[in-house]
Design a protein around this ligand. Structure first.
Ligand SMILES: [Zn+2]
Length: 515
């Protein structure tokens, strides 16, 4: 057994399924390119049978990203395997990931199939997938609550049929490290034809044990970890990529294995995902949280000042966190701008760079110094929102003591320009009412939050708006030096995302979530 742990990133599949984390195709492509720079071994780009939008985004990622294996997820159903096979066909190294539940509970109540039928479907699907690629992974959904004897039989049969990777998901986040390690060990002992088949783990974080369980499995011989950036995913999320990778790197003495991850790309990946989805990480989150490094959190204990290693077991530089230095101002040129974006992990296409540079010039006129955080929101704003149905052209408000707050909003809806005015309880309320009337949005406003992106009274305000309608949730973000404008942008961004999600649900074929 070798000492390399493969990182199978499922941010774009399992992660994207979590509420508010949906991404459109351009956003998925931007994230996939960043994952390639991060050096993940496999990108699970989506679940092609789920909807036409899912199929298209897997196909685009497969055709665009050449440096990683690209996986598509499929149930053990003939039409699923064909959809996944077609979607990843254009990849440099395509992988088909088939799954079926093996626990009594799931087989009886979800699948309504006998154990023998499940075994038969598993083998048939692996054989079918092999007609598209030799690179086939099989997952036994809910493995940790399955009868181990049955699990060994299924794994033996799918390896016989040609699976190269067998995944042992803790689908419901139920296992604990000692049990999980014992299960991995028993698979190695009891599956006679295991050979060099890679054992993979996929953990959910319902008890906060996703990373601990994954590490225990590695010590027992697992060689692939399925995980997501920032640990996003169903319910309490998946194993967090940055935590597993930095645990293995920092404690190589304890584990004796390592990944191929370029750790300096961890922080840019985390920031990019947050700016795309609008879901920020908690301040005390390990590795990527705002307070994760002692001296950045302003905790200048005597020890830290004398030697940072007294309180820090890894450096911020090792995960690509640059300090909040002054980076650019209004006299900075296009070249400096592009170099700085590159250092932050953004590689833009020429037209995107033009768009972002124009927005940078506008911002630099309003604000003396531009920080990295400003650039991140500016790029997210300029690059990742190009196919919006509703665009904000202008917004004006009047408010103050003794006046009824009023707003006038001008918007483009596809090719049409619409202008309306109205009143509200406050300036933000007035703007939202007018936008709601123009867009005929019926969604409920669940959350409204304002943050200053950096320090100083000229800081940009970053507004986050969560909308909910018919069981769909969308988080919109907007940034501007004027928080009323930022609010309008965030509200429209959320409406656009809801529109997009609704369009994705048209033709949706399954609510199945995967392993
Ligand atoms: Zn999962």
């Amino acid at each position: 057994m070798d000492n390399v742990i493969r990182i199978f990133d499922t941010t774009l599949r399992d992660g994207e399924q979590s509420p508010g984390c949906s991404m459109n195709i351009d956003e998925k492509l931007a994230m996939a390119r960043q994952l390639e720079k991060l050096g993940v071994d496999v990108i699970e780009a989506g679940f092609p049978i789920a909807s036409p939008g899912d199929f298209e985004s897997v196909k685009r990622v497969a055709e665009t990203v050449r440096g990683c294996e690209i996986a598509g997820l499929a149930r053990c159903e003939p039409e699923d395997v064909d959809a996944a096979g077609e979607a990843v066909r254009g990849a440099a190294n395509p992988r088909i990931h088939v799954f079926i539940a093996t626990s009594d509970l799931h087989m009886r109540f979800k699948l309504r199939k006998s154990a023998d039928e499940v075994l038969r479907d598993a083998v048939r699907s692996v054989e079918q997938a092999r007609r598209y690629t030799q690179n086939v992974e099989f997952s036994a959904e809910d493995a940790t609550r399955s009868d181990p004897e049955f699990l060994f039989r299924v794994f033996q049969a799918v390896i016989e049929a040609g699976a190269k990777v067998i995944n042992v998901p803790d689908t419901v986040g139920y296992t604990v490290p000692s049990d999980y390690a014992r299960l991995i060990t028993s698979i190695r002992e009891r599956v006679p034809n295991l050979g060099d088949t890679i054992i993979s783990v996929h953990c959910h974080n319902d008890l906060g044990l996703g990373v601990a369980n994954s590490l225990a499995a590695i010590q027992a011989g697992a060689r692939q970890v399925e995980c997501t950036v920032n640990g996003i995913g169903e319910r309490a999320g998946n194993t967090s990529l940055e935590e597993v990778v930095m645990a293995l790197r920092t404690r190589r003495d304890a584990f004796g294995v390592d990944t191929r991850i370029v750790t300096e790309e961890i922080y840019p990946s985390s920031r990019l995902l947050s700016s795309i989805t609008g879901v920020s990480v908690q301040p005390n989150k390990a590795v990527v949280g705002a307070n994760a490094f002692a001296h950045e959190a302003g905790i200048h204990q005597d020890g830290v000042l004398k030697n940072v290693m007294t309180y820090e077991i890894m450096t911020p530089q090792s995960i690509g966190r640059s300090s909040n230095e002054l980076v650019l101002g209004k006299h900075s040129g296009r070249h400096a701008f592009r170099e700085r974006l590159h250092a932050l992990g953004f590689d833009l296409q020429p037209d995107q760079l033009d768009n972002a540079f124009q927005k940078f010039k506008v911002l630099a006129d309003k604000k003396k110094v531009i920080y990295n955080e400003d650039l991140e929101v500016l790029v997210a704003d300029a690059v990742l929102r190009m196919e919006d149905k509703f665009k904000l052209l202008s917004v004006n408000v009047s408010s103050g003591t003794g006046a009824v707050p009023a707003a006038t909003v001008e918007m483009a809806i596809e090719d049409r320009v619409v202008k309306e005015a109205g009143f509200g309880d406050g300036p933000v309320d007035a703007v939202f009412r007018v936008i709601g009337s123009i867009t005929q949005c019926k969604a409920q406003l669940v959350r409204y939050q304002v943050n200053a992106i950096t320090g100083g009274t000229d800081a940009q305000g970053e507004v986050s708006v969560t909308l909910s309608e018919d069981g769909l949730t969308a988080i919109g973000q907007g940034a501007h030096t004027d928080i009323i404008v930022a609010s309008a942008k965030a509200y429209l961004n959320a409406i656009n995302k809801l529109e997009w999600r609704r369009s994705q649900n048209v033709g949706r074929r399954t609510d199945e979530k995967g392993p």
